[in-house]
Design a protein around this ligand. Structure first.
Ligand code: AHR
Length: 494
């Protein structure tokens, strides 16, 4: 009933900034993310700027991508950065041991990544190698990238055509060091982290490899062992993928029913609990919240698509992925006091990609449209709210119908809402307090079926359209959020 669904928004209490880095992305040397994805080489018939696909650059700018993490993932702890600099013809080829055992010719390296970031206006986030690298190698990479002094590394950089250092703020020190990044114990990694971080002084914002899902002991040990050396750690990462049931990912990305849909929604909602519990541990050692929780890998992970190399993690992206993206981003926004960054995995052709490519063709996925819609929240102030809305049940799994977050920026109130109930429209009343607005507009993303997706050959069935919202009256506005949709409502005075 209408009375049941209500959202009270306290606009005048907005304080916390939603870091635009929450809308970050991730590009690993994995499958067709880099090669045959964003990077096709200068000689390609596909239109490119210095080898980077022009249509991808345009789409990412349009989406307002703020940040890009590279080179992995698991690949990062196998990557020796000196293999990827200098004349391409003399760069060695290596085996990409984690991802299909394919040849990595190192034609996309440090200069290419940082040049690509400049082209898309995104902040770079470089992940250093701890698992199979040395402290010297890591510290030299940071120096090569960031130093303006004279040194063998800056001389080398100049020799390779770049005089000025790049502005790179974020450096990760290892990745999943509990697993592919060295199979370490948290105690061992924490000590190693302190050592690596001590010699990477040029890295302004250092991010430690954090826990896997609900490994609270990892967070506890890291925080305890760094508590008297907090200057070495500005962020702690968290990896959590939305995988129906459990590992390994074996459910189809496109062929699913309502029970699978609901199970997927349940899994993304778990993010809330994970953030809260890891944050509680962090609060104990860092009550002022100086260390950010960086969810630098998240998104859906389904079975690899038939006919593709299973090591390439290629999957389609349906309306279900759009809901996962919307719910995940709402959760991050609502924890903006601790969550300072998030990176959906992965940008092109891998896992929950925003872009898929095949030859000349390019597809913008439902997830792309959600990121573009939610860009309104980037660097806005989080608006506290109280929500009371109905639940729904499918296959004995009960979940909230509505996931939401709200922010205010430049006099505009942005409310994003996901209705994950696949069958029922939800009527909800906004009660806006602490500010008054006279105008309203909206955007919506939905589709006929829960399994709809966009595909090559011009199949474009999931996209955003205008969403009619009535003007607020006495601070109140009633909205009907259609079943299985993601909506942005914007109230303003102009
Ligand atoms: O994103 C794919 C992989 O998932 C990453 O390489 C790794 O960090 C995680 O296990």
């Amino acid at each position: 009933s209408q009375a049941q669904n209500r959202m009270i928004l306290h606009v005048d209490e907005a304080e916390e900034t939603i870091n635009r880095e929450i809308y970050g992305h991730f590009a690993e040397h994995l499958g067709r993310c880099i090669y045959d994805g964003l990077y096709v080489g200068e000689d390609s018939e596909i239109e490119n700027i210095k080898g980077y696909r022009k249509d991808i650059i345009e789409a990412l700018k349009e989406m307002q991508i703020p940040l890009l993490r590279w080179p992995g993932g698991c690949f990062a702890d196998t990557y020796h950065w000196k293999d990827g600099i200098g004349p391409r013809a003399s760069r060695p080829s290596i085996v990409n041991i984690h991802w299909g055992g394919v040849t990595e010719d190192n034609s996309f390296g440090t200069h290419e990544f940082l040049e690509f970031c400049e082209l898309i206006n995104a902040e770079p986030y470089v992940n250093l190698n701890v698992g199979s690298g040395t402290v010297q190698e890591a510290s030299e990479w940071v120096e090569y990238i960031t130093s303006s002094n004279q040194s063998p590394m800056t001389d080398l950089r100049k020799q390779n055509g770049r005089n000025e250092p790049w502005k790179v703020k974020y450096f990760g020190i290892g990745n999943e060091n509990w697993g592919c990044g060295g199979n370490m114990t948290p105690e061992y990694y924490a000590d190693l982290y302190r050592r690596f971080a001590s010699y990477c002084g040029g890295a302004e914002f250092k991010i430690a490899g954090g826990p896997n899902v609900d490994d609270y002991n990892w967070t506890e040990v890291m925080m305890r062992k760094l508590q008297n050396h907090m200057f070495l750690m500005q962020g702690l990462s968290l990896h959590y993928y939305t995988i129906p049931q459990d590992w390994p990912p074996r459910f189809s990305a496109t062929d699913f029913d309502k029970a699978d849909w609901q199970e997927t929604m349940f899994q993304v909602h778990r993010m809330e609990e994970l953030i809260e519990k890891h944050s509680t541990i962090m609060d104990k050692y860092d009550p002022d919240k100086n260390v950010g929780l960086m969810v630098d890998e998240w998104g859906t992970w389904f079975a690899p698509m038939e006919g593709t190399n299973p090591g390439f993690l290629h999957q389609q992206n349906t309306l279900r992925d759009a809901l996962v993206a919307g719910i995940g981003l709402n959760i991050f926004n609502n924890h903006a006091d601790r969550v300072k960054m998030a990176n959906i995995a992965q940008m092109v052709n891998v896992l929950q990609a925003v872009i898929l490519t095949k030859g000349q063709e390019l597809v913008l996925t439902p997830t792309y449209h959600v990121f573009k819609m939610y860009a309104a929240h980037q660097d806005a102030k989080l608006v506290p709210f109280h929500l009371s809305a109905e639940d729904y049940t499918i296959n004995n799994q009960t979940l909230p119908s509505i996931s939401t977050s709200a922010s205010v920026k430049d006099g505009v109130l942005n409310v994003t809402m996901c209705n994950s109930n696949p069958d029922k429209d939800i009527e909800i009343e906004y009660d806006v307090r602490g500010a008054s607005f006279s105008q309203a507009k909206g955007e919506i993303l939905t589709a006929k079926s829960i399994t709809d997706y966009n595909d090559f050959g011009g199949k474009n069935t999931v996209y955003t359209t205008d969403f009619k919202v009535n003007k607020p009256k006495n601070g109140k506005v009633k909205i009907k959020i259609p079943a299985k949709s993601v909506v942005l409502v914007q109230l303003s005075n102009s």
